[in-house]
Design a protein around this ligand. Structure first.
Ligand code: C2O
Ligand code: CU
Ligand code: CU
Length: 501
């Protein structure tokens, strides 16, 4: 009998494997029970197959969505959410997915700061959906509030002012109690904001050429190529096959020069610790809410669900023919597993550079605005289990209940306490136009690659994480939640209401 990743994880958990390991490895502690279902009732008795052999497939790049029209102020788009099919696992039939325009990952929307985008979302799926643009600061009615459903056969318009700095955002489903299965099926895609500051920098440029989006998702597949939704230990779906832009453990041909990558983890709950097989560094340049004040050079970085990290890899030192594997150390720090591979295949000039100082606007916000002396209050949220559910301050979601009422423009400190071992929660807050700054984690500074503006903060086991941000610019109700989607659905989500103006 072959052991798949799930069995290995169980063994690892039983043996307490990895608990003594150095890089803060967060061991999973799966419960025994396996739950299959959600939107996959037809596959209740099918076991996941072993992951395919890595590096068989070229890295795909999601296509850029074309506007249906443009006028002086606005770009207009239409997306149809529908069932599609995609060849994912080599040698197996195509996989049924749910996608924006029927493709997975969805097409990428390119936006400009301060130029409005209006997207019409049409729902041709058999379920209610609610579409959220993660990282966008927009009015309540356009935020994909979890019960603002677009019913099957209906459509809705979303207005995005793009007041945010240049950043990597993502569109994904947010329907109450169904986000996990919907995103798992494929309702996720990039939305990239550019601005003048970013364009003035000599960073590698050109979407899909030297500026590469990478959406990471771990999934299970059945023997007919079908997606399997297998929840383990009431935690979520860990998956055994890492897809990058929808391809399993792909390879990418690169020139011997610098590339910019925008990495997004949209797994159901998996976190990763990324490193390069050569041991060479990543030049970290961006976080969830935009470019960092300064670049940071690291040998590995952790990425939890919904986090985005942007980094540059310089392939110029490698001879043509070199293969560099992007590896994951999360499951076993002594035994890296592959994510994807870069094959250096050609010679090219490289006019790009990575300046030390990148973003004076973020530097000003982080050093002058988001400082504890400016906070008008502090709120505490305990995240963890309460009986059968995942909870915030012991409570699950209640559409009628509001747990915080900041004034519009208030700077606040929010503290997240995870008093349990075994589980981590990437906590995400909607609306905040500049995201937030992580002040500290268990009293210690955040990791070097977290020294940028973020909208999702990794709260590890037994951790107490403090973030500071400005609750603005729109009044109304917005959610905050754990972005392990299964946790969010069951029921680690709450809301705040911004009061006034
Ligand atoms: Cu990525 Cu509440 O969302
Ligand atoms: Cu969001
Ligand atoms: Cu969680």
């Amino acid at each position: 009998m072959k052991l798949n990743r799930r069995d290995l994880l169980k063994l690892g958990a039983l043996a307490g494997g990895g608990l003594l390991l150095p890089v803060g490895l967060q061991q999973r502690s799966w419960g025994k029970e396996i739950y299959r279902g959600g939107n996959f009732p037809q596959d209740n008795d099918v076991d996941p197959i072993d992951p395919p052999r890595p590096f068989q497939v070229e890295l795909p790049i999601p296509p850029i969505l074309q506007p249906t029209r443009r006028d002086a102020t606005t770009d207009y788009y239409t997306l149809t959410q529908r069932v599609g099919r995609k060849q994912i696992i080599p040698g197996l039939p195509a996989t049924e997915i749910w996608g924006f325009n029927g493709i997975y990952p969805g097409p990428t929307v390119m936006a400009r700061r301060n130029r409005q985008v209006i997207i019409t979302q049409r729902n041709q799926l058999p379920d209610n959906v609610s579409t959220h643009l993660h990282g966008m600061s927009t009015q309540h009615e356009f935020d994909g509030y979890p019960v603002d459903f677009i019913k099957p056969g209906q459509a809705a318009q979303y207005k995005y002012p793009n007041l945010n700095q240049a950043a990597t955002l993502m569109m994904h489903d947010h329907a109450l109690h169904m986000t996990s299965t919907h995103v798992y099926r494929g309702l996720a895609g990039f939305y990239i904001i550019h601005d003048e500051l970013e364009e003035s920098l000599p960073l590698p440029k050109g979407y899909g050429k030297y500026d590469i989006p990478l959406i990471i998702q771990s999934k299970y597949f059945g023997p007919k190529g079908q997606l399997l939704y297998e929840v383990q230990g009431n935690q979520g779906v860990p998956g055994n096959t890492i897809l990058v832009n929808g391809a399993p453990f792909p390879r990418m041909q690169v020139a011997n020069r610098k590339y910019r990558f925008r990495m997004l983890n949209m797994s159901d709950l998996s976190a990763y610790i990324m490193r390069l097989s050569t041991g060479d560094p990543f030049i970290m340049i961006g976080t969830d809410s935009g470019l960092m004040p300064e670049r940071k050079i690291v040998n590995n970085f952790r990425i939890g669900a919904a986090e985005r990290y942007e980094f540059v890899i310089d392939f110029s030192k490698y001879p043509i023919g070199t293969q560099i594997v992007l590896q994951n150390l999360w499951d076993d720090i002594t035994d890296p597993s592959p994510v994807m591979r870069f094959d250096v295949v050609r010679q090219e000039d490289d006019p790009s550079e990575v300046p030390v100082k990148l973003n004076p606007e973020a530097a000003r916000i982080m050093n002058e605005e988001f400082v504890p002396a400016n906070a008008v209050r502090t709120r505490k949220f305990e995240v963890g289990r309460n009986g059968g559910i995942w909870a915030i301050n012991g409570m699950g979601w209640d559409t009628q209940r509001v747990d915080a009422t900041p004034g519009n423009g208030d700077i606040e400190i929010w503290e997240f306490y995870n008093k349990a071992g075994g589980w981590w929660h990437p906590m995400h807050i909607h609306l905040l136009i500049d995201g937030f700054k992580i002040l500290d984690r268990n009293g210690k500074p955040p990791r070097p690659y977290e020294l940028g503006l973020k909208d999702t903060a990794f709260v590890g086991q037994n951790e107490h994480v403090r973030v500071i941000g400005k609750w603005s610019p729109f009044p109304g109700r917005f959610v905050f939640h754990c972005h392990n989607d299964y946790h969010e659905d069951h029921d680690m989500m709450s809301q705040f209401e911004v009061i006034g103006r």
